[in-house]
Design a protein around this ligand. Structure first.
Ligand SMILES: NC(=O)c1ccc[n+]([C@@H]2O[C@H](COP(=O)([O-])OP(=O)(O)OC[C@H]3O[C@@H](n4cnc5c(N)ncnc54)[C@H](O)[C@@H]3O)[C@@H](O)[C@H]2O)c1
Ligand SMILES: O=C/C=C/C=C(\O)C(=O)O
Length: 516
């Protein structure tokens, strides 16, 4: 029998604002705590989910391998119920004024701020990331709400007179009910990056976090209740992709999908919605991002910055950020210096269990481990890290993988081609600027690129040739929430951020009024 989400359990959960309290919450229950869906402004079990244990999923703590909670794998009829709640809430929410929506979203950001530590602690436990990293991500979730709460207040529509014949203006209205689906690497950060603009622009939603990291999405329901978000405006349901996610995106009542996750899932979502031409699709998918290190960036005055940026881009959040630079290319004249200094820096700065967390799941641990075994087989050089122990040895102790730096990896090796999405980088030399661009672009992906150089002309010349939606020069993951965010090629379609999010969540009509 699974413990249910009773009020006393919920109160207890909300008081877990230290690691010790959260840990004793987990151990004090004989079986894992059961998350409930948040539908129509209330927590409730999907009525069909208690029927069979096979319709529940257990989530494990990456740092220890112990079970922490259970979630329902919401079945089609309960998914539809959540969509209907969002659809019923749409007419009145879409007619609220911008000032009303702004005030509610502002309140959400304030409540998140008040509960910052609680969210950071559960994010760290659930995902495996360090508490320090989790705090950074909760801060970004707070900004997601505060940013869009003010963005909508300043929007203006321009009107034009066309040749004295017609007065035209663009009219936008909320696009309807959205499916918001997020992955496990930055759970709260990425889900709120969708929820905040969706609600700000007057849409309603059914959100589904990853089945691997559902805890902070579960807590978020309580924040929406307290902030006074009207029932049904935002619904949060739990479950896997094949059952819950697929039923959600395919529903004809869903007007748009904002999805972040793997490229193969993006393809599946395209297929599932292919016959629904008008459905808005924003797909943020995988990456295998290049970091280009030019010789000038290893001059004494900037050398430390170069090493620091390349290392941060490689190993932040255990390399589990779609924007991580996992293919490092270095100009031949500074190649051996870079490899030596980069390795020394990473060894000292990215220490497992201190500044590097565990990877998110056993399945992901296994996937990364297979690439490391391939590296051993292909006789790559390990400057740092090694093939980790066999699966069974780590299952009970958590999913730990040392930061790993590899050289002598062939261009056509799966290690260079596939998105590993873990703390593993390859370093490869290049001879010329032209070769660097060609190597960087030699990928099915086109999400991000990192360019390390002091030459201003090269910043633009190379930057403008890189097949990547986001290019960072001498920095990484510097974000301003109005800038377009998204990828090229198999890294996705659509852009989000500021007015680009507005394009995702609104429909546009042009009105022509006679000028006479
Ligand atoms: N571009 C980005 O911003 C970005 C960010 C983070 C992760 N990623 C990618 O995500 C992958 C790892 O995350 P993941 O394993 O959670 O990705 P995933 O694609 O397996 O899952 C992402 C989400 O989609 C759901 N899902 C799965 N199948 C579905 C379906 N058929 N229909 C609807 N929803 C479905 C999952 O339940 C989850 O909530 C990596 O490959 C990485 O490339 C991309
Ligand atoms: O892992 C993916 C990271 C995505 C980041 C964003 O969507 C963002 O910073 O807005």
């Amino acid at each position: 029998m699974l413990p249910s989400t009773s009020d006393s359990h919920l109160d207890e959960l909300w008081s877990c604002d230290t690691l010790d309290k959260a840990s004793s919450f987990i151990t004090s229950h004989s079986s894992p705590f059961l998350l409930h869906n948040f539908v129509g402004g209330m927590y409730s079990a999907p009525h069909n989910s208690s029927a069979s244990p096979s319709q529940h999923i257990t989530s494990f703590e990456p740092k220890t391998g112990r079970p922490i909670y259970t979630l329902p794998c919401t079945q089609t009829d309960a998914v539809e119920e959540a969509i209907r709640a969002a659809k019923s809430a749409f007419p009145s929410w879409s007619k609220t004024t911008r000032a009303e929506r702004s005030a509610i979203l502002r309140r959400v950001s304030e409540l998140l701020q008040e509960n910052r530590e609680l969210f950071a602690i559960w994010e760290s436990i659930d995902q495996g990331k360090t508490l320090e990293r989790a705090r950074i991500e909760v801060d970004r979730a707070i900004s997601n709400f505060s940013y869009f709460s003010t963005f909508i207040l300043h929007e203006q529509t321009a009107a034009r007179m066309v040749d004295g014949v017609a007065l035209t203006y663009e009219h936008r209205s909320p696009a309807g009910v959205f499916a918001l689906i997020s992955p496990w690497n930055m759970p709260l950060y990425l889900l709120t990056w969708k929820i905040a603009p969706c609600l700000a622009f007057g849409c309603t939603a059914v959100a589904k976090p990853s089945e691997i990291t559902s805890m902070t999405a579960f807590l978020l329901g309580g924040i929406f209740q307290r902030a006074g978000v009207p029932p049904g405006v935002i619904n949060i349901i739990f479950g896997d992709g094949a059952t819950t996610g697929a039923a959600l995106v395919a529903s004809p009542l869903i007007n748009g999908v904002s999805f972040t996750g793997g490229t193969q899932t993006g393809i599946a979502i395209r297929r599932l919605t292919a016959h629904q031409i008008g459905k808005h699709l924003s797909l943020e998918l995988g990456g295998k991002n290049p970091t280009l290190v030019f010789a000038d960036s290893m001059e004494p005055s900037v050398r430390d910055r170069t090493i620091r940026v390349a290392a941060m881009a490689a190993f932040e959040n255990q390399g589990e950020i779609c924007l991580c630079g996992s293919r490092i290319y270095v100009e031949k004249s500074v190649y051996s210096d870079f490899v030596r200094e980069f390795t020394a820096y990473v060894k000292q700065k990215y220490v497992l269990r201190e500044t590097v967390g565990a990877v998110a799941s056993l399945q992901h641990y296994d996937k990364i481990r297979k690439y490391l075994e391939l590296a051993v087989e292909q006789k790559a050089t390990f400057h740092l890290g090694s093939a980790p122990p066999a699966l069974s040895e780590n299952e009970a102790q958590g999913y730990w993988i040392e930061p790993t730096i590899l050289t002598e990896v062939a261009k056509d090796s799966a290690i260079q081609i596939d998105e590993i999405f873990g703390p593993v980088v390859t370093i490869t030399p290049f001879d010329s600027e032209q070769e660097a661009v060609q190597l960087a672009n030699d990928s099915e992906y086109g999400l991000a690129a990192i360019l390390l150089t002091t030459d201003g002309a090269r910043m633009r010349r190379v930057g403008e040739q890189l097949e990547a939606g986001l290019v960072w020069v001498n920095c990484w993951l510097v974000r301003e929430l109005g800038t377009p965010f998204g990828g090229m090629k198999n890294s996705g379609t659509g852009r989000e951020g500021g007015e680009h999010s507005r394009d995702v969540f609104t429909v546009l009509r042009t009105l022509h009024l006679p000028a006479y």
